[in-house]
Design a protein around this ligand. Structure first.
Ligand code: GDP
Length: 319
């Protein structure tokens, strides 16, 4: 990629897309192509084709997706599978048709079988049954990976895929019904502190293990791969993670301490735990010369500051 290359970030307002935009801008990439949902509906093939024909992007970061936490995924599986498959198929096909030089597709760690050995190696893809709470999303993401692979095989394109672990950071979704655990807990502890509530309710048993990565690290890894490695060198896809996980109960303790909540914690075991563990094997990524930089504590502190800032803006607008 040259600094003047035309780079399309699909999903630039989301958690990952906005981090990619920050990273590319900080590295002086000057020709970023961005569209909001209003200007371009990525589930509509004709709109996507027209956009690619007109704009002819040279590089594509495919970070647009319908995403959500455990409850949203299990409540709206039809929307998760349909919208994600449409977005991927439309963008990947248009990228081939209009000669995109390189595309990076973002998958997810939930593509791995529920009971795969840990840490999760790239070769475990499609070796067992998926976790049911997010099966619809996972199937769509697996389809995206295979679209890239088969377009490369048949058409000689250069489409690479990455599998990020659980991400968090600025511009995350803090809605309690649809978010992932990290933003949900930041918000729950903050509101409980401000309203002097006696306890915070955490879903599940607190026993599942999860690996968390700050989205700025993720964006850094994606740009690193786009700049340095082609499909022929890295194969079908690469895991992106920090290589360490924590029980949800430990995450709860850290967030409680950072937010400064003094009350009790109650586990609501009527809510699902999801997959027991999801730790990425990052041997491949390390061997390519990249590793994560942002510690869990610093990342949470920064995300909490972002959350408080957006809350203050909301209060100001309401006034
Ligand atoms: P997952 O990684 O796909 O399972 O998605 P989540 O990030 O939504 O959930 C991770 C784990 O955190 C699960 O075991 C949840 O039950 C647990 N968890 C605890 N409290 C919450 C909460 O308030 N919101 C969410 N989304 N998950 C929670």
């Amino acid at each position: 990629m040259d600094k003047e290359s035309k780079i399309y970030i699909a999903g630039h307002r989301g958690l990952v897309g906005s981090a990619l935009k920050r990273k590319l801008e900080s590295k002086d990439y000057t020709n970023l192509l961005l569209r909001t949902h209003k200007g371009l509906d990525l589930t509509k093939q004709q709109e996507v084709n027209d956009f690619f024909e007109q704009e002819k992007p040279e590089y594509v970061f495919l970070a647009a997706a319908k995403v959500g936490g455990i409850l949203a995924n299990s409540t709206y599986p039809a929307q998760f599978i349909y919208e994600n498959m449409m977005i991927e198929a439309n963008i990947i096909h248009a990228s081939y048709k209009y000669g995109v030089k390189k595309l990076l597709f973002l998958g997810s760690s939930c593509i791995y079988p529920k009971f795969a050995p840990q840490p999760l190696k790239e070769k475990y893809l499609l070796t067992g049954l998926l976790e049911e709470t997010n099966e619809a999303y996972a199937v769509a993401k697996i389809a995206g990976i295979r679209l890239c692979k088969h377009y490369n095989q048949q058409y000689g394109t250069n489409f690479i895929s990455v599998m990020p672990t659980n991400l968090y950071g600025p511009n995350d979704n803090f809605d309690l019904e649809t978010s992932h655990v990290m933003p949900a807990l930041i918000r729950k502890f903050h509101e409980a502190k401000v309203n002097n509530e006696p306890e915070v309710i955490v879903w599940g048993t607190g026993k599942p293990l999860r690996e968390f990565m700050h989205v700025d690290d993720m964006a850094d890894a994606c740009v690193f791969l786009m700049e340095n490695y082609d499909f022929s060198e890295i194969g079908e896809f690469v895991n992106i993670g920090v290589g360490e996980d924590v029980p949800i109960s430990e995450l709860v303790k850290i967030i409680k301490e950072i937010v400064g909540f003094k009350g009790k914690i109650k586990y609501d075991t009527s809510k699902p735990d999801g997959t027991p563990r999801k730790l990425m094997d990052v041997t491949k990524l390390s061997s390519l010369g990249w590793k994560a930089n942002i510690s869990l504590r610093n990342g949470i502190k920064e995300t909490y500051e972002f959350y408080m800032k957006t809350q203050r803006i909301k209060i100001k607008i309401a006034i």
